[in-house]
Design a protein around this ligand. Structure first.
Ligand SMILES: Cc1cc2nc3c(=O)[nH]c(=O)nc-3n(C[C@H](O)[C@H](O)[C@H](O)COP(=O)(O)OP(=O)(O)OC[C@H]3O[C@@H](n4cnc5c(N)ncnc54)[C@H](O)[C@@H]3O)c2cc1C
Length: 481
């Protein structure tokens, strides 16, 4: 918390050059430029000769066995770990970081996720944690009399007609606290996967580095839920098809005051050259200012003046804090927005879900919803093969991809179209205007709820199978070291 307060005071303080700007990449250490099968990682492994190369045959000395090893404690990995553990599947969850407090992630819990929580009997307890409920997503343009409500969730017939805004770390912490009652779930923090264990063309486990050294877990299935820079995807040799995102985002932090407007967080402010979204990080606001892709150097040459002017004009109650928060370009972090999709989400013994399978742009705030729905689909299709026998076949894994990939493709198509329109408006120096058909649609009596429905549920929401709703007795704990 102290660390957060410090960051909230005057911004993150440290991004000078565009090339370095993906701070997250640097932080995770999984980014471009690292040689997957050699280079830095081979050198690291050199200190542990028994571990061999990052990807290779089993050493014969596993330090853990499980039915499934899930790599990545984001929304996709944690929800899948939780759903499988409740069914008595032995799960090892490996998370590279020491906690779940993430910069540059969404904090939205959509109605589809709340309905899953409700089905599991957890919704009421989850809502006892600090959160805000936001019933509308709005677009604001200078000079408009009223904001355009693009998604009015209050129109939906659900117990949860709103977005829940809750720190992602709080949501994930809640699930893991609940999961403590399942001794067959073994969560290992500070455990960064660096290699796959393979035999006869199939993935049999992972090798990871933890404070205790290099470890190896063997399992019937490895799930890569390790986000957009997925190491598991790289190690498996699965290509990511990059699709064209239209914008990049510059972030900076502004201190939060007790009297600040709650719920301002899902308003999108459009100006002639930028848009602004505010993310509530508890003790500070994370302000994300969009710029057309490829214009970073131009924006940098112009300096922070126009950004301050735009943000202060769009959100006047922030204006008096901007000089302190955005003193210069060093206070900004560039997040290079990516959209991409793995052509194949699986190999024998391995499955990708969430951003590892389909990298989402932050636009529309739908990535967490899709990631969680992947986890539900995987639980529906794979619980039985994991509980009994040798684990899922490649055909079982292909079913998960078949079920989920077209939905990710549709949502990404919509993100690309919207970002393209927004970037073109910026280039023309005009605040983006929602297309007339969308405005007309939202005025219709029943169909008008469609944008809200899509925001809440995506394209084809996954529903946890009835047989997986109640927990099953635990067979035995996951066998860790
Ligand atoms: C700036 C920004 C804002 C966003 N805002 C929203 C929003 O408001 N709403 C929304 O729905 N979506 C939003 N998104 C998208 C959303 O964050 C992602 O789609 C979502 O987090 C994907 O979940 P995931 O579980 O697949 O991956 P992630 O959340 O990325 O989790 C991956 C996890 O894997 C861990 N990991 C990585 N490598 C390894 C390794 N080698 N070994 C072990 N662990 C590893 C990471 O530490 C991380 O915890 C936003 C994205 C960005 C970039």
């Amino acid at each position: 918390m102290e660390e957060r307060a410090r960051r909230g005071k005057v911004g993150t303080g440290a991004m000078a050059a565009a090339e370095q700007a993906e701070r997250e990449v640097a932080r995770l250490g999984t980014g471009a430029g690292r040689d997957v099968n050699g280079g830095a990682e081979a050198a690291e492994f050199g200190a542990f000769p028994e571990a061999g190369r990052p990807t290779g045959r089993p050493t014969g000395r596993p330090t853990g066995r499980a039915d499934v090893v899930i790599v990545g404690g984001g929304p996709a990995g944690v929800v899948l770990a939780f759903l499988l553990a409740r069914q008595g599947v032995e799960v090892v969850l490996l998370e590279a970081q020491g906690d779940f407090d993430r910069d540059f992630r969404g904090d939205t819990i959509h109605p589809a996720i709340m309905e899953l929580m409700d089905r599991l009997g957890l919704a009421d307890r989850l809502l006892e944690l600090e959160h805000e409920k936001v019933p509308e997503v709005r677009y604001l343009r200078p000079g408009d009399e009223r904001p355009f409500v693009v998604a009015d969730l209050a129109r939906l017939k659900t117990r949860f007609p709103y977005l829940v805004l809750m720190l992602q770390s709080r949501f994930i912490g809640f699930l893991l606290e609940e999961a403590k009652r399942y001794p067959n779930l073994d969560v290992r923090m500070r455990s960064r996967v660096q290699g796959l264990v393979e035999e006869d063309g199939a993935v049999r486990g992972v090798r990871y580095r933890s404070p205790e050294g290099v470890r190896e877990v063997w399992a019937k299935l490895v799930v890569g839920a390790d986000g957009r820079f997925s190491k598991v995807r790289q190690l498996a040799g699965i290509e990511l098809r990059e699709l064209s995102a239209g914008t990049d985002v510059l972030y900076f932090n502004v201190p939060r005051r007790a009297e600040d407007a709650a719920g301002a967080v899902v308003d999108i402010h459009f100006g002639p050259r930028n848009s602004l979204a505010l993310i509530d990080r508890g003790t500070y606001w994370q302000a994300g200012v969009s710029i057309p892709k490829g214009t970073y150097q131009r924006a940098k040459a112009t300096g922070v003046g126009p950004i301050k002017e735009f943000v202060g004009g769009a959100v006047p109650w922030l204006a008096d804090r901007l000089d302190g928060a955005l003193g210069g370009w060093k206070d900004l972090t560039l997040l290079s927005v990516k959209i991409g999709r793995a052509e194949r989400w699986h190999r024998p013994g391995l499955l990708l879900i969430g951003d590892a399978a389909h990298v989402m742009s932050p636009s529309g705030g739908v990535g967490i919803n899709l990631a969680v729905q992947d986890a539900i689909a995987a639980a529906n299709l794979l619980t039985e093969p994991l509980r009994s026998g040798d684990g899922p076949t490649d055909r079982d894994l292909a079913k998960v991809q078949r079920r989920r990939s077209w939905q990710a493709a549709l949502v990404q198509g919509q993100q690309i179209a919207a970002e393209g329109d927004i970037a073109r408006a910026f280039e023309a120096g005009e605040p983006y205007k929602a297309p007339p058909f969308l405005k007309a649609l939202t005025r219709l009596p029943v169909l008008g709820a469609l944008p809200a429905w899509v925001t809440a549920y995506g394209v084809w929401p996954e529903r946890l199978k009835r047989s997986l709703v109640g927990p099953r007795p635990v067979r035995r704990p996951a066998r860790g070291v």
